[in-house]
Design a protein around this ligand. Structure first.
Ligand SMILES: *Cc1c(COP(=O)(O)O)cnc(C)c1O
Length: 486
């Protein structure tokens, strides 16, 4: 939640202590364990993840690079699966997706939530059973639905009255009965940033319970021979720490579930409570464990079911960030260090790295907080308040707004930013024609590229003009991104 004034954090005022939650570290070399993946550690100032020294990884794979701790990601997936035994756990693919992760989800017994044809393709290529896929989206086209239904996706989550008829026609045409969930907006304002709060009424997702649109959608799905009504779906937002949002949502959604029983005589077999479980980006955040989430959500749902005299439907959740987010850190090389004197005379140290908003847009988009550490050396220098910025042509191109780094941070230093596994690579762009970084999975001392770095050939592949003869001989451009001054 932003507490800054209209002009935002880019306009610093007063003395330079950073935000109130940021404490000056006793040792700026030390890792804050709760922000890092399970196998991350520092050995003599050198950061290791999955038994791989990140300095070695940088030498081989260059920077910027996403470093994915495989054991950590799979451990979180399995922790959710086991804590929510008897529920279905859908991994929300949009957090981070590639065929390696799809295979892990299939092997580890998770279900998958997709919301685009591309995500579906990756799921199927990775061997995910289509029956275990739930398909989302507020504007699924007819060709898209044809693919989804033909692929045998277990559940389509309908998001509008228009879509009910659309998916019914597609299923009828293909001669199948399609399982359908109805996404409702339970009218909950989750305690999170506005752009990622999705269950209050004034937004594009879901069908309103209060206006009766949700009940009408349920009626229409129930009336279609080519659709099988599975249940209601509610997703109240993202980066949520507080079970009270789920409590209010569950109460409202289950009231509708009971109303459907009373009015249509159907007890829907399923109920999906969505995802949005928060993770620790900085020391401000104190996320719940899967075990405590399972206990809280189970208690909340069971109390409501008892009060309404309902049997327990098959329950499901859709964590994305909480599985992928903490597993990955981004490794950058420092290019310049610039002390900037502010109006009040205080000095802010701008540390420029070789990536930025193209590999992590969350700071610019959501005003997100991150932390970072030097990855290849220890330092005895005192801590200095730094701002880590990217190399793009935007003043708002900030990766880490405020962090204490050793005052001798210098060009050539490696810098690692934890908790970049969700909504960083998946939201990465080619802004400034930059090349999206690779994802390197590390495990038991071995580094394995699961998504390679883009090349300039990748960039130019879609540039039709490039395939015409060049008017004048150009200078040769290397395709490797060396992380230097280009
Ligand atoms: C984004 C999304 C999720 C996952 O959210 P996280 O915050 O990554 O857990 C789950 N369900 C739906 C419908 C979503 O849109």
């Amino acid at each position: 939640m932003s507490t800054t004034h209209e002009a935002g954090w880019a306009h610093a005022t007063g003395a330079l202590r950073g935000p109130s939650w940021l404490r000056e570290p006793v040792d700026p070399n030390a890792l804050v364990p709760q922000l890092w993946s399970a196998t991350a550690r520092k050995v003599d100032g050198e950061l290791e993840v999955g038994g791989v020294r990140l300095a070695d990884l940088a030498a081989e794979h260059m920077t910027p690079a996403y470093v994915l701790d495989e054991a950590d990601l799979r451990g979180r997936a399995v922790a959710f699966r086991d804590a929510f035994a008897g529920w279905d756990v859908y991994y929300a693919a949009k957090a981070f997706w590639c065929t390696a992760v799809a295979r892990w989800m299939a092997e580890d017994g998770l279900h998958v939530d997709c919301c685009s044809p591309g995500e579906l393709t990756v799921a199927l290529r990775g061997g995910v059973d289509p029956a275990r896929i739930e398909y989302h989206g507020n504007n699924k086209t007819v060709p898209e639905l044809r693919r989804v239904v033909a692929a045998g996706v277990g559940r389509v989550v309908v998001d509008s009255l228009t879509e009910v008829g659309r998916v019914a026609a597609v299923a009828r045409d293909l001669g199948v009965v399609q399982g359908v969930m109805v996404r409702v907006t339970p009218g909950v304002e989750a305690h999170t940033h506005e752009y990622i709060a999705t269950a209050h009424e004034d937004q594009k997702f879901g069908l309103s319970i209060t206006t009766g649109a949700a009940l009408e959608a349920v009626r229409r799905v129930h009336a279609e021979d080519s659709l099988a009504l599975r249940g209601l779906h509610s997703h109240i937002g993202s980066q949520i720490f507080d079970a009270s949002g789920f409590e209010v949502a569950a109460r409202r959604v289950l009231a509708l579930h009971a109303r459907v029983r009373d009015e249509l005589g159907v007890e829907m077999p399923e109920l999906d409570l969505g995802g949005g479980f928060g993770i620790a980006y900085t020391t401000q955040d104190d996320p719940a464990t899967p075990e405590s989430l399972a206990a809280d959500l189970g208690r909340i749902v069971d109390a409501e079911l008892r009060a309404l005299g309902l049997a327990r439907p098959r329950l499901s959740i859709e964590p994305g960030r909480a599985i992928a987010g903490p597993a990955t850190c981004t490794l950058y090389t420092v290019g310049t260090v610039k002390p900037v004197t502010l109006d009040a005379g205080a000095v802010r140290t701008y540390v420029s790295v070789d990536g930025g908003m193209s590999d992590n847009v969350r700071t610019a988009l959501y005003d997100a907080d991150y932390s970072c550490t030097l990855a290849a050396r220890a330092s005895d220098a005192p801590p200095v308040l730094a701002r880590v910025v990217g190399k793009h042509c935007e003043a708002g191109d900030v990766v880490v707004k405020d962090e204490f780094l050793p005052a001798d941070v210098a060009p050539g230093d490696l810098l690692a930013v934890p908790a970049t596994g969700a909504y960083c690579r998946s939201m990465a762009s080619n802004y400034n024609h930059s090349l999206r970084p690779p994802v390197v999975a590390v495990r038991d001392g071995v580094a394995r590229v699961v998504v390679r770095r883009e090349t300039e050939d990748d960039l130019l592949a879609t540039d039709v003009g490039n395939h015409a003869p060049a008017p004048t001989p150009g200078t040769a451009l290397g395709t490797a991104h060396d992380g230097g001054d280009q």
